[in-house]
Design a protein around this ligand. Structure first.
Ligand SMILES: C[S@@+](CC[C@H](N)C(=O)[O-])C[C@H]1O[C@@H](n2cnc3c(N)ncnc32)[C@H](O)[C@@H]1O
Length: 245
């Protein structure tokens, strides 16, 4: 993928794991709620993962598709707990390569990963039992097209569970209802504002160490830490669950 917004994260993906400072920031802010062994790229917590598992209620052997899977950790954890199979898709090759490595390291063999996205899944109609997406939908421009694609690839009665940020001008639940879903949950995640604000404050405070550990990849992180706090209070991090009618 070239010339797309997510391209700016490619270098960051390759180097993120070599930054002890970034890891320490998340450990300090999230404590035991931070699922560090899953190497997330986002703000997912152990509490969120347990909630995704409950809301998805996957039967053993079901096929779960994780859209915007990144390095794959959250989808691997949810699928493994349920005894489900996993297909993770992400537009970035570097994320997909990392996800394959992580699944192998964690010994989870029921997983495949490929290049794809919300509006280009490459899947057939009714091809999967459930869709998960963790902190990725906010990056998608055409959310109507994204929900239409999820409705196409889910089997009737299949569930979608996602976490994202909701600015005042967006109504994810309303859009999902229009796309043929029944929304079963919409909730803010625990202490999202306090925790995310503190992560950004620490990133700016420790920018020299981050720049030396992450190289050019630090720029995107520092820009996010500088620009996001202003709009964050009116942009809650939410979990939404919906069932295809
Ligand atoms: C904040 S990361 C979250 C990754 C992973 N879900 C996690 O929690 O560790 C957001 C991911 O969304 C991906 N992304 C960007 N645009 C996308 C799209 N149109 N469809 C699917 N994923 C997309 C990015 O490449 C990135 O890997």
């Amino acid at each position: 993928m070239s010339g797309v917004a997510e391209e700016r994260y490619a270098d960051f993906y390759t180097r993120q794991l070599s930054s002890p400072t970034l890891l320490r920031i998340y450990q300090d802010v999230y404590g035991a709620d931070y699922p560090e062994e899953l190497r997330p790229f986002g703000f997912v917590t152990r509490t969120d993962l347990a909630r995704f598992t409950d809301l998805l209620a996957l039967p053993p052997g079901a096929l779960l598709v994780d859209l915007g899977c990144g390095r794959g950790g959250p989808g691997i954890e949810v699928a493994r707990k349920a005894g489900a199979r996993l297909l993770g898709l992400d537009p970035l090759e570097s994320a997909v390569a990392g996800a394959r490595r992580l699944a192998a390291e964690l010994g989870f063999t029921e997983a495949e990963f490929g290049v794809g996205g919300f509006t280009e899944t490459g899947l057939g109609e009714a091809a999967c039992d459930a869709v998960l997406s963790v902190d990725a939908l906010w990056m998608v421009w055409n959310k109507r097209a994204a929900f239409a694609e999820v409705a196409r690839v889910l089997r009737p009665g299949g569930r979608l569970v996602l976490s994202t940020w909701e600015p005042p001008y967006l109504d994810h639940a309303g859009m999902l209802e229009k796309a043929g879903f029944t929304v079963t949950a919409r909730e803010e995640t625990g202490r999202w504002l306090e925790r995310q604000t503190e992560v950004y404050r620490r990133i700016l405070l420790e920018s020299p160490a981050l720049e030396s550990e992450l190289g050019p990849g630090a720029a995107v992180l520092l820009a996010e830490a500088r620009d996001t706090p202003e709009t964050l209070p009116t942009t809650p991090r939410i979990i939404v669950a919906a069932t295809l009618n």
